[in-house]
Design a protein around this ligand. Structure first.
Ligand code: B16
Ligand code: MG
Length: 215
């Protein structure tokens, strides 16, 4: 088997936490009179917490002090944590569990490569945690996607060469990160936004791992 591991992004691939991020950012934005749109929220997918706040402030044309930004980041995360506190296995995206079972049976290692500092809580709440051999999340990286750091640390942590790894991503920056890291990339979502991916699927429903993982 040429490829030995599957590295998964979290939000938009395994679960849809974007709805909770949206709600928390939207409420925060109201504090400086800004109404965040669904389209703008799309642009925050895969983007780190601090970069997301910087983007929102730029859209709002609002300048804040370092202290104010730090307070808002804490506040946003506290609300996000409240929102995800009731997450459960029903929020795992369709077809994901069946796909994880297939790749486990085929002998692939399974790792997470997420920008979120809350990834482990989400995996725990949804019951996904036991599937993972390794978790690389926002607490373990210093550079955001499209930098390949998160996936390279995943390969390294599994003791594998990057070219033995296949990345699953829903964000363009994540696909770019995988390609920059010399890995195969499977895009989850629209062909239009994920054109750099080696393969693109709309979701995991009915996906046959043996067929998909042929490159
Ligand atoms: P946190 P992913 C990303 O998750 C989200 O898509 C993005 O919207 C969020 O800002 C980022 O995690 C950081 O999340 O505030 O929980 O650290 O797609 O990389 O799994
Ligand atoms: Mg994502």
């Amino acid at each position: 088997m040429k490829y030995k591991a599957c590295l998964f992004d979290l939000d938009g691939v395994l679960v849809d936490t974007a709805i909770y991020h949206f709600q928390a950012w939207k409420n925060l934005g109201k504090q400086f009179g800004y109404e965040l749109t669904v389209e703008q929220n799309e642009q925050l997918k895969g983007v780190s917490r601090v970069e997301s706040l910087n983007k929102i402030l730029a859209w709002a044309n609002y300048s804040a002090t370092h202290e104010q930004k730090a307070a808002w980041l804490t506040e946003k995360n506290e609300e996000y944590l409240r929102l995800i506190s009731n997450m459960n296995p029903s929020e795992i995206l369709p077809g994901v569990l069946e796909f994880l079972q297939q790749i486990k049976d085929l002998g692939y290692k399974i790792a997470l490569g997420s920008a979120s500092k809350n990834a482990e809580i989400i995996l725990e709440k949804t019951g996904l945690l036991p599937w993972f051999d390794l978790i690389i999340d926002g607490n373990k990286v210093s550079k955001s996607k499209p930098d390949p750091e998160v996936f390279l640390k995943g390969a390294e942590g599994l003791g594998l060469a990057p070219d033995a790894c296949i990345v699953f991503e829903d964000a363009q920056a994540g696909v770019e990160a995988a390609k920059a890291g010399n890995m195969k990339a499977v895009g989850i979502g629209e062909a239009l936004t994920l054109s750099l991916a080696d393969k693109i699927i709309p979701n995991f429903v009915g996906v046959k791992a043996v067929e998909l993982l042929q490159f």
